[in-house]
Design a protein around this ligand. Structure first.
Ligand code: BGC
Length: 885
């Protein structure tokens, strides 16, 4: 039977708030093998039952079942839409209609924003971190005639929206962090069932957040503005086609909230005695409430978010209650995470609960706060004296595994505490398990590194006074992240901000959104070296959109970023001398172990790193130009790429093939970026292995070399060395951290040294995903699920598992946009059992690396190739058995 099992909109199951028509995709299931779609048709309706059909698409002869665009349908603002698809395949089967996917349109044109940004804050509140309340009472006479009602809401600062006494939606930290003056997201919620006849009340709580809060390691406030403000537009559609709109304007009133203080890094202080009961309910007297004023902000910056809002993604109960040698009471949640501690407490009015959140205990088992630097990560709740009070913070989050309980009004009962895991909501797409528990834990740590750091922007770390969208970290980790989770919209959003925050010349900020430029006076490196355009960091401008294209086959992100990508390449070209690129401040092979004692800068020379990335990004940009049919650009940048490679080879290779910099990272980059003359490939690989052996098989690489180390080996016939590097478990290595009890990935190989002492507290995060970039090797090489750039998005995949490491089995599933690609292998001596699953309407090249003899081919015609055996396969599940060389 042919079935459409899932229809997606911009790769999401539903979109609440769209600015323009999304790309459509659908996952197909069939009992047949080699299933190819031959035609599809689409319908759009106003209702779920498809009684009020707005669009009846004709059958389209097409094999495309993803990234399908629909240009002939025009959206109108604030409407519900249901979309469904029906397909035919090469067996002549026709599916039933799919279950509908749902979306709500946003406010599509700036002129339709009738609401204003309003605030009750005055200029004197500039340095105030106290949250404020806003409310508006309004009367509905025709509630029974409401067809649908949607609220579109955003803020300068952070907001919680309330309606008739209840919080609207399940999101937190809205509207998220963007380059606010250029790009401000709003969220859309359906509130149809929540409106009633007579008086209704809309309310909002506003906090300082990223907008006006105290941010950055140099700590400065008000980067974007001095007053928090709300914009909200409630649009009510009546059954007779008429519409009523309730907007934020000067008729609203404002007041102080019980949140006395709330800051991203420092936490929150809440005095429950100062709550205003009923503030968002009917019949409330607005005594003492103050008038609001309108704040100017360009409404054309408003864009619907639609998906990936930050929300509660899980709950974790404590695993232990500890009394430290110093006598502190500490709750251990057993997992480093980003989020809140929610608790129950009872006591007298004025009693307090005070918590400090932190990541690790020190060598003596005491509370370790030093690596938080100036971030207080403290929450304080003052009880109002009710029988039982429950609470969690609002406009902040903490990065922690442990919580020091500084005050609690009763004996501690762990049942009263829960860690709420917060991150951008994304579908998990990567699943990995194998026979080695330590490697499973590493995968877990990488996944939790993502969870902890994809809090609206891809941050470097979630605990200290930083939590910034460092471009380098986001670049390094992008591919791994995109195996683990559906990141298309998350990165599309962030890349939009990257584009906005680029310098006019095309330079790319070190952090996006950029809050360092103009505000890093206290940091010597940045104030002298500038806040943009470091190799490997700025290359996020090119590598991340390209990765989106590879993983999701989506030309839209490439198209949107095209000018930004080009701007970055041209920036490097302008500042290059004879194709060697170097620019002011470089982070180089950041925190590599071959750095001089006490330095963060690894031993690989900057001009080599810079030129290597210049070549790589130029090559990717040329490919992007080709993918978008920009032939002239393709030819130009392809030629530029070749010229850079030639120059790299002249400059960094001796005539007999010695690479000038004798570091692991230099060799890794040269190999992985294809900068090595063919004649020297063997020697370069051998030297890399030599450099590995000089450290007894250990890496000494930093941010730049580490992500590609295993690839550089496995792509050059050194799969065995790649596996043994991955599986090293003494210092320094990935599994060293695992053995030390890590539950996320550390910033430094020596975050905690073998003797128990720590790397300097000035920069020692235990939740930094950068080194987790090895995760992609598990999917791309160990499982062998590799994208084919000729047919991206896994329309055609290259499945080439590389068994090894002494593992007896490995089981991986990657939920591609076409469906799950599964690879499971079992090794018994020389015998391999392989089970491969290829989604319908896709195909794959299957390669049995080191296969000597195929014993069970499951209907596949294998042919010999240099690697072993290969075959082209269509969709289906295959069970193969072969012998290794
Ligand atoms: C961050 C890094 C970042 C680096 C740049 C650090 O403070 O945590 O991850 O990439 O600065 O040098």
């Amino acid at each position: 039977m042919l079935t459409v099992i899932r229809l997606t909109l911009n790769q999401e199951s539903a979109l609440y708030g769209v600015q323009e028509f999304p790309v459509l995709g659908w996952e197909i299931a069939s009992h047949n093998r080699n299933v190819r779609q031959t035609a599809y048709r689409i319908q759009i309706s106003q209702d779920q039952g498809f009684d009020k059909i707005l669009f009846r698409g004709e059958w389209q002869d097409s094999e495309y079942s993803n990234n399908v665009t629909l240009n002939e349908f025009t959206l109108i603002s604030s409407q519900h839409y249901f979309i469904r698809v029906q397909i035919r395949d090469n067996y002549g089967d026709t599916s039933a209609w799919s279950s509908p996917a749902e979306m709500i349109s946003g406010v599509l044109y700036p002129r339709e924003w009738l609401a204003d940004f309003i605030t009750v804050e005055t200029p004197a509140d500039k340095d105030n971190s106290r949250a404020t309340l806003l409310r508006k009472s309004f009367v509905l006479n025709r509630a029974a005639d409401i067809q649908s009602a949607f609220i579109h809401v955003s803020a300068l600062g952070l907001y919680e929206c309330h309606l008739n006494g209840c919080k609207v939606g399940e999101d937190s930290l809205t509207p998220g962090w963007t380059s606010y003056h250029n790009h401000l997201l709003y969220q859309t919620y359906e509130v149809t069932g929540h409106l009633k006849k007579g008086e209704n009340v809309l309310g909002a709580i506003l906090g300082a957040g990223w907008y006006k809060g105290d941010m950055g390691f140099s700590r400065h406030r008000n980067y974007y503005g001095e007053r928090s403000a709300l914009i909200s537009q409630l649009m009510i559609n009546y059954k007779d086609g008429s519409r009523e709109i309730v907007v934020s304007d000067e008729s609203w009133k404002g007041y102080d909230s019980a949140i006395l203080f709330s800051e991203i890094y420092d936490g929150e202080i809440y005095d429950a005695r100062r709550e205003t009961p009923g503030w968002c309910a009917q019949g409330f007297a607005e005594d003492g409430w103050r008038p609001v004023s309108v704040v100017a902000h360009e409404k054309s910056t408003l864009v619907a978010q639609g998906s990936n809002t930050v929300r509660k993604m899980g709950e974790i109960k404590p695993v232990a209650l500890i009394t430290t040698p110093q006598g502190d009471t500490v709750i251990d949640f057993g997992q480093n995470l980003s989020g809140w501690v929610a608790f129950r407490a009872s006591g007298k009015a004025g009693d307090k609960v005070v918590l400090r959140h932190f990541e690790v205990l020190d060598a003596q088992g005491n509370v370790y706060l030093d690596n938080l630097r100036t971030a207080r990560q403290r929450t304080e709740y003052v009880l109002k004296g009710e029988a039982e009070e429950t609470w969690h913070p609002h406009f902040t989050w903490q990065g922690f595994r442990f919580v020091k309980v500084e005050q609690y009004p009763a004996p501690l009962d762990l049942n009263n505490f829960t860690a709420i895991v917060l991150h951008s909501s994304m579908e998990q797409t990567g699943h990995f398990a194998c026979s080695d528990p330590a490697l499973n834990q590493l995968h877990h740590n990488i996944l939790w590194g993502l969870k902890g750091n994809f809090v609206d922007v891809p941050t470097d770390c979630p605990q200290r006074d930083e939590r910034l969208g460092w471009t380098g970290d986001a670049q390094i980790f992008c591919r791994t992240a995109s195996y683990l989770m559906q990141t298309r919209n998350f990165f599309a959003k962030w890349l939009t901000d990257l584009r906005y925050d680029q310098t006019p010349e095309g330079g790319v900020p070190h952090v996006v959104p950029d809050i360092l430029t103009g505000y890093c006076g206290k940091d010597r490196l940045l104030s002298e070296g500038g806040t943009h355009s470091a190799s490997a960091w700025a290359d996020a401008a090119v590598i991340n959109p390209w990765t989106m294209y590879l993983m999701y086959g989506d030309t839209q992100v490439l198209e949107n970023q095209y000018a930004s990508m080009k701007g970055w390449i041209d920036f490097m070209t302008v500042h290059a001398e004879n194709h060697l690129w170097h620019y002011k401040l470089q982070f180089g092979d950041w925190v590599a172990l071959d750095a001089k004692e006490g330095s963060y800068f690894g031993a690989t020379p900057d001009d080599l790193t810079c030129t290597a990335y210049y070549a790589y990004s130029t090559q990717l940009f040329a490919k992007a130009a080709k993918a978008l049919n920009r032939t002239e650009d393709y030819q130009h940048y392809d030629a530029l790429h070749q010229a850079i490679v030639r120059r790299f080879q002249e400059e960094f290779f001796t005539p007999s093939g010695r690479l000038a910099a004798r570091t692991q990272t230099a060799h890794i980059l040269a190999l992985y970026f294809n900068l090595v003359p063919d004649a020297f490939r063997q020697r370069t690989t051998d030297t890399l292995v030599e450099l590995l052996n000089e450290h007894d098989g250990h890496l000494v690489t930093g941010f730049v070399g580490t992500p590609y180390f295993c690839h550089a080996l496995s792509q050059n016939g050194r799969n065995k060395e790649a596996w043994s590097l991955l599986l090293k478990d003494d210092f320094p290595s990935w599994l060293y951290q695992v053995k030390a009890g890590a539950t996320t990935v550390w910033e430094h190989w020596d975050g905690i040294k073998p003797d128990g002492s720590m790397w300097s507290a000035d920069m020692n995060s235990f939740n930094h995903y950068a080194y987790g970039a090895v995760g992609e090797w598990l999917y791309r090489v160990a499982a062998g699920i590799e994208a084919d750039e000729e047919q991206p998005g896994f329309k055609h995949a290259i499945i080439r598992p590389q068994t090894g490491g002494g593992l007896s089995w490995l089981d991986t599933r990657y939920q591609s946009i076409y469906g799950a690609i599964g690879v499971r292998w079992e090794v018994n001596g020389q015998k391999v059992k392989l089970c491969v699953c290829i989604p319908a309407n896709t195909s794959a090249t299957l390669i049995l690396t080191d296969g000597q003899h195929v014993e069970a081919a499951d209907g596949i015609d294998f042919v010999r190739c240099t690697d072993g055996y290969t075959a082209e396969v269509g969709s289906g599940e295959y069970r193969i058995e072969y012998r290794l060389v």
